[in-house]
Design a protein around this ligand. Structure first.
Ligand code: MN
Ligand code: MN
Length: 459
């Protein structure tokens, strides 16, 4: 009998067949995060995946019976999907929830300007970034603009091989003497994160000829005018694809893995488990705005999810149960990433209570910061329940905290569902270089994340 707890890596415990399955899964995942770098694109991809597997809009169904598969899209930025279980929904749901927004650079309402013959777009960063990581790398632009006829125009440039890309020019080291004296959090001024978009003058224009040339290009291509930027949501993201990392191809590098690694696993596991009758009504949700505090009508804090649950109850339940009662009886995995130990920075982690890349999906009993402020601290009874479900189904997992106390901290959507009365625990993939333009995960942790969520939906 092993008395002490020993962490084991995933790879050594997998069979040849499982290693093949893992690769198949992560090949699909790499495509997903390369194609879906904004919440809009994630919703599009998720809906495509759901529809291909027999899910229909909840509005199309008057009544719901066991094994029915439905989804609801909230304003193009969040998706809720459900598979009706054998048991009445009044006995509670199994919920897995992830977020599909990632740190990025948004455009200001009037972004286009010209200085020194260069046309630039002014940006405002979204979420917690280290600003210097976004300088002098290729950026792609994605977004939607509405014109005066209220028509939606989609913009997407920089991902295809023959597309141009965009970039913010960092200051050359030769002239950075003053800049390099500033504190790291000050040395990049967010007002100086302008994205270069052009350098050619329109001969017909006397004032701002470079800016005018860009406006003409945009008008020709998209039918938009300068004022239309004010009714747009346009975002800059790293232009490069996700790919395997390392001689042994054991890692995955890519933008937006927080939290699309868990979002992809959430959708994939719901689809996989929808092929058989499950006991509980299973619900997958992928939501927006987590990175800026889960505020707004497309965030987890929005009551639109309550509306979805109300519909599920009305259409499927024989009882007149309230939505509160359903929440009280429900269980959830808050599917969000956590920090893996970065070997160059062990000092920020309590090594006995940290997640190691490659050792499986990580269960985090609590997050928050300092004295557990703002943390959703899971009940021990529920931690035990989830551990036992994983143990009984050979899910390889580890238990960790984000980092040393008072080193910083972080939150997820866990507390929002916990506040509604749901039993919730954070459970997601460990990541290195989180919130960077090239986040790193272990291929086998990514696969184990999917296996864990699948197991949760089956129990
Ligand atoms: Mn996250
Ligand atoms: Mn995050």
């Amino acid at each position: 009998m092993e008395l002490n707890y020993v962490k084991k890596d995933v790879y050594s415990q997998l069979t040849e067949k499982q290693i093949k399955d893992a690769t198949k899964y992560t090949d699909g995942y790499i495509k997903f995060i390369t194609n879906a770098k904004t919440e809009y694109l994630c919703v599009e991809e998720a809906v495509k995946m759901l529809e291909e597997n027999g899910f229909v809009k909840i509005e199309e169904k008057e009544k719901l019976k066991p094994l029915d598969k439905v989804y609801f899209v909230n304003r193009e930025k969040s998706v809720f999907a459900a598979v009706i279980g054998e048991e009445d929904i009044s006995c509670g749901m199994n919920i897995i929830g992830a977020h599909i927004d990632s740190p990025r650079l948004d455009l200001k309402p009037f972004p286009l300007t010209e200085r020194d013959d260069i046309a630039v777009l002014k940006t405002q960063y979204y979420g917690g970034i280290k600003k210097y990581q976004w300088l002098s790398i290729p950026l792609a632009i994605h977004g939607v603009v509405y014109n005066e006829k209220n028509e939606k125009v989609v913009i997407s440039v920089g991902e295809e091989k023959n597309d141009p890309c965009f970039t913010i020019a960092d200051l050359l080291p030769h002239l950075s003497k003053d800049q390099l004296k500033a504190n790291a959090d000050k040395f990049i001024n967010p007002e100086k994160m302008s994205v270069i978009v052009g350098n050619i003058k329109d001969k017909a224009e006397k004032e701002n000829p470079v800016k005018m040339n860009i406006l003409k290009i945009l008008n020709k291509k998209y039918g938009i005018k300068e004022i239309d930027f004010a009714r747009s949501e346009i975002t800059l993201v790293p232009a490069f694809p996700a790919r395997y990392v390392g001689f042994d191809e054991s890692l995955i590098g890519g933008y937006g893995q927080d939290d699309r690694v868990c979002s992809y696993a959430t959708i994939m596991s719901l689809i996989e488990t929808s092929k058989k009758m499950q006991k509980k009504t299973n619900v997958a949700l992928i939501v927006d705005k987590e990175e800026i505090g889960s505020i707004g009508n497309t965030s987890m804090n929005s009551r639109v999810f309550d509306l979805f649950v109300q519909k599920l109850i009305q259409k499927s339940s024989k009882s007149k149960v309230s939505e509160l009662e359903v929440y009280y009886n429900s269980k959830m995995l808050s599917a969000d990433v956590t920090a893996g130990v970065n070997p160059d920075y062990e000092e920020v982690h309590d090594m006995q209570n940290s997640s190691i890349i490659g050792c499986g999906i990580s269960i985090e009993k609590y997050g928050g910061s300092g004295g557990k402020y703002n943390s959703s601290d899971a009940n021990a009874r529920y931690v035990s329940e989830v551990m036992n479900i994983f143990n009984n189904n050979k899910v390889i997992y580890q238990l960790g905290t984000l980092g040393k106390i008072e080193m910083g901290g972080g939150g997820t959507i866990a507390y929002i569902l916990a506040n509604k009365g749901v039993e919730v625990i954070d459970c997601g993939t460990p990541v290195l270089a989180m919130h960077s333009t090239f986040e790193l995960t272990s291929k086998f942790d990514v696969y184990m994340t999917y296996m864990a969520y699948k197991t949760f939906f089956e129990n």
